[in-house]
Design a protein around this ligand. Structure first.
Ligand code: FAD
Ligand code: COA
Length: 404
């Protein structure tokens, strides 16, 4: 079956791609240092902010560029070729928490969140708990209604940007004043220049394997008070809060898939250049058929992953709807698996030079490793895909995805 040309379905904003390339040029020489020092790349963030790429998906009326998920994914892919950390920051400043708030939020919540992101804040989405990872719906963090506020108690871990992010979207189990349960909802909590609000404690930083420039930390809530106006997606249909928040999360999964894809493409480009240069047995190593077949398989895998990532991005149209769950899961599983295999093969094509920390290959292998774990593990996403298939809940009519 012929795949429709992506530009026929939704035109790519070329102005955004030239901004992305300019930022990538600025970021590329900083990527190794960011990895080595594990320091948050504020200079890259400033370049993203100045180019309008922090919050590019925020609607024009709130000061963003009104970019589609497809536009954002193409930008993220481009940036991730040179720096996975910058790619991930771009995801979290356009999807995830900010996407959920711009979709479900009140006008006041949208104004608050968009002003923070447009000023350069990468929001944090706080779902995972030590005892509730894949089984996120078993979270025990609770929000108890006390008059005009909720009081949050509990603990999250592996929160990307903990201690750096100002805007937090915290998932918690809601209880009414009489103790009855109202399902899971989102709570918007903002740190200020002066620090985190009372009751929001930044805990241990994880010594992460890859994407080391962004802290992954615990967040502890000790009687953290949140005014009722800061509750998201849980007011009218309490029992649907979690499902609605997870629906928004599909965009973040597609963004993560684009980072994985970009990292793999960056490694592939380096390997391709290297095999043409490197001589052994009196000729460039690209003349050996075994390596040619390796390159061909890497190229096929990248094209397949790219097609699914673009299709998933196109299945959602920004403000109007989020990417489809099945399309997002397909894209993330394939892009994550591809990122691991392609970066490993790229390192192999460099031989000992790939194994050296003087080159970016070993960093790319480490950076690529997270995508089968974070944001829903590859097995959990495969389970979601299978349960959709077995329930016959396939999205036959969704634009873009069903068209494939
Ligand atoms: P577990 O759920 O304990 O899973 C362990 C293993 O068992 C996995 O291989 C899993 O696939 C498998 N498994 C579990 N259940 C099943 C099942 N039903 N069927 C088959 N296999 C199963 N969380 C946030 O909330 N916010 C963040 O910003 C964030 N950022 C992250 C960044 C990084 C780099 C990482 C590594 C994690 C991040 N996380 C974040 C947490 C992430 O979402 C969880 O790690 C993930 O959901 C898996 O949970 P877990 O680590 O507890 O693994
Ligand atoms: N998109 C849209 N809806 C979703 C969804 C998604 N990605 N994931 C779950 N939902 C909906 C389900 O359709 C269901 O709605 P329904 O009640 O109308 O049927 C509801 O949310 C509960 O989902 P279900 O699969 O029944 O939940 P569960 O209690 O078995 O929990 C999950 C399983 C959703 C937690 C698990 O599949 C998962 O995604 N784990 C990974 C968590 C994660 O990504 N963490 C990232 C942190 S950054």
């Amino acid at each position: 079956m012929q795949r429709p040309l992506m530009h026929d379905v939704m035109p790519l904003r070329t102005d955004l791609m030239s901004r992305a390339r300019a930022v990538a040029k600025h970021v590329a020489p900083l990527a190794a240092e960011t990895d080595r020092t594990e320091a948050y790349p504020w200079s890259s963030v400033e370049a993203l902010r100045a180019a309008g790429l922090m919050g590019m998906t925020i609607p024009l009326e709130y000061g963003g560029l009104g970019a589609s998920y497809f536009d954002a994914v193409c930008v993220i892919e481009e940036l991730s070729k040179v720096c996975g950390a910058t790619g991930r920051i771009t995801v979290e400043s356009n999807m995830g928490a900010i996407g959920a708030i711009m979709h479900y939020g009140t006008p006041a919540q949208k104004r608050l969140a968009s002003s923070l992101v447009l000023a350069g804040d990468k929001p944090a989405i706080c779902i995972t708990e030590p005892e509730a990872g894949s089984a996120a719906s078993e979270m025990t963090t609770r929000a108890d209604r006390r008059g005009d506020a909720y009081v949050i108690n509990g603990k999250k871990h592996w929160i990307t940007g903990g201690g750096i992010s100002k805007l937090h979207l915290i998932f918690a189990r809601i209880f009414n004043e009489d103790g009855t349960h109202r399902g899971i909802g989102g709570f918007i909590v903002v740190s200020t220049q002066r620090g985190t609000p009372r009751g929001l404690i930044v805990g241990r930083r994880e010594p992460a394997m890859g994407i080391r420039g962004i802290p992954e930390t615990e967040l502890i809530f000790d009687n953290l008070e949140v005014p009722v106006e800061m509750v998201l997606a849980a007011s009218d249909e309490p029992e649907r809060g979690f499902a609605r928040l997870m629906e928004a999360y599909n965009a973040q999964r597609v963004g993560a898939a684009a980072v994985a894809l970009g990292i793999a493409e960056g490694a592939f480009d380096l390997a391709l250049a290297h095999v043409k240069e490197r001589q052994q047995f009196g000729r460039p190593i690209c003349e050996f058929q075994g390596l040619q077949w390796m390159l061909a398989d890497m190229s096929i895998a990248l094209s397949a992953a790219q097609a699914l990532v673009y299709a998933a991005a196109r299945s959602g149209s920004g403000e109007a709807n989020f990417p489809d769950m099945l399309a997002a899961a397909h894209a993330k599983v394939l892009a994550a698996d591809t990122a691991i295999s392609v970066t490993n093969n790229a390192l192999q094509l460099f031989g000992s030079a790939g194994y050296s920390r003087d080159r970016p290959l070993e960093r790319m292998v480490r950076d690529a490793r997270m995508f089968t774990i974070s944001g829903g593990t590859a097995r959990v996403l495969r389970t979601q895909i299978a349960s959709r298939l077995l329930d016959r809940k396939l999205p036959q009519t969704r634009d873009g995805y069903a068209a494939l």
